[in-house]
Design a protein around this ligand. Structure first.
Ligand code: NAI
Ligand code: MG
Length: 349
């Protein structure tokens, strides 16, 4: 069948890496119909909005969305995030943010003496509620007793569905699931999260569970990543842990993610974990691997497992060969050089 896929390249290096992902996907699954949307901070500066008010409606009919990154100096980050990313995640019920973190061949872990077997973690992040909430605000502004409140929202439905999703992934993988908590500090939301986790754990007797405070879990990722497999966390905790895990496995340039609607009644959206990297934007040297692997996750979500595996293999083969490396991997190659090499290898598989 022919898939219709929307791209939102966005800002900065998002534009460069998305072009490479499209290049690779076209080689493994010819005939995809691509539609590009120029929603970005540049669009915001021109029109006053990151995307048009009917943005979600325009995307609703696509099979999937490939997003670059949004964010640009001069436009506050809360505008780019709340004007595009968060509304889309919520409009399409993408309540799972899936972030596989692996040590890839030919890349160096920040952790010495670690092998690929030690570093293969799947972070399942809650993507629709929790700490990222619009409820709150400043009180008594300008007065000595000024203060702000920032509320979190943890619903029964929201906690149950993400935790159940994580148990299902753990069942398919090693059977090990660790939940990130902080019930000693956040004394309302986290004990509630823990109680849902413990209730659902009863339904999965074969899964070996752990609950760790998020600070200790951060240390565990650095010190004993081999003891971890699937990690489930709230929106904030999952966000932080996945950047940490990506950094220790070789950097943000390699880590993909998916904003997934498991019920598949609306498109899911795939993107690199990294942002628009203004410090290297326009230089053509961003590593496209994270975005290309996001493309592989997109294919796998559509059920195109053969094509997804070819992309994954091609990335591994090219990185293992080590002949085409972008500056973050210690080489002189451009974004397009690495994308082209991966596309060529994928076409051979
Ligand atoms: P960032 O991920 O854009 O950059 C962090 C550091 O990693 C920079 O030094 C950058 O050069 C490097 N880096 C990132 N991706 C790379 C790649 N593919 N190849 C080589 N080096 C890479 O995070 P930062 O600087 O905190 O945020 C920049 C902007 O991106 C902000 O406006 C932020 O809001 C936005 N952002 C957007 C996201 C999204 O659209 N989903 C996610 C994260 C940040
Ligand atoms: Mg993040």
């Amino acid at each position: 069948r022919t898939y219709r896929i929307a791209t939102i390249p966005g800002d900065g290096i998002g534009v460069d890496v998305t072009a490479e992902a499209v290049k690779v996907l076209d080689r493994v699954l010819p005939g995809i119909s691509w539609t590009e949307f120029d929603w970005s901070c540049e669009n915001y500066l021109r029109t006053g909005a990151m995307m048009p008010p009917d943005g979600p409606e325009q995307l609703a009919g696509f099979d999937a969305i490939l997003l670059g990154a949004v964010g640009f100096p001069g436009v506050p980050d809360h505008i780019s995030l709340w004007g595009l990313l968060i509304p889309l995640r919520r409009a399409f019920g993408q309540y799972v943010n899936l972030r596989p973190v692996r040590l890839l061949p030919g890349t160096e872990s920040a952790l010495r003496d670690r092998t690929a077997d030690d570093l293969d973690i799947l972070i399942v992040r809650e993507n629709s509620e929790g700490e990222y909430s619009e409820i709150g605000g400043i009180h008594n502004p300008g007065r000595p007793d000024e203060f702000v409140l920032q509320e979190s929202v943890f619903t029964r439905t929201g906690c149950e569905r993400i935790i159940r999703y994580a148990f299902d992934r753990a069942t398919e993988r090693s059977g090990k699931l660790c939940s990130a908590t902080k019930s000693n500090g956040l004394i309302h939301s986290m004990p509630y999260w823990d109680s849902v986790f413990e209730r659902i754990a009863v339904e999965y007797p074969s899964v070996q569970t752990r609950q760790m405070h998020v600070d200790a879990l951060a240390a565990e990722i650095v010190l004993h990543p081999d003891r971890l497999d699937v990690i489930v966390g709230s929106n904030l905790f999952g966000d932080i842990l996945s950047d940490l895990a990506a950094a220790v496995t070789g950097g943000l340039g390699l880590a993909p993610s998916g904003n997934i609607n498991p019920d598949a009644d609306a498109p899911s959206m795939f993107e690199a974990v990294h942002g628009s990297a203004p410090d290297i934007a326009g230089l053509g040297i961003a590593n496209p691997v994270a975005q290309i692997l996001a493309g592989a996750m997109l294919l796998s979500h559509l059920g195109e497992d053969t094509a997804a595996t070819a992309v994954d293999r091609a990335v591994r083969d090219v990185l293992a060969a080590g002949t085409v490396r972008t500056p973050d991997l210690g080489g002189p190659a451009t974004t397009a050089d690495l994308g082209t090499a991966i596309a060529a290898r994928a076409a051979e598989l």
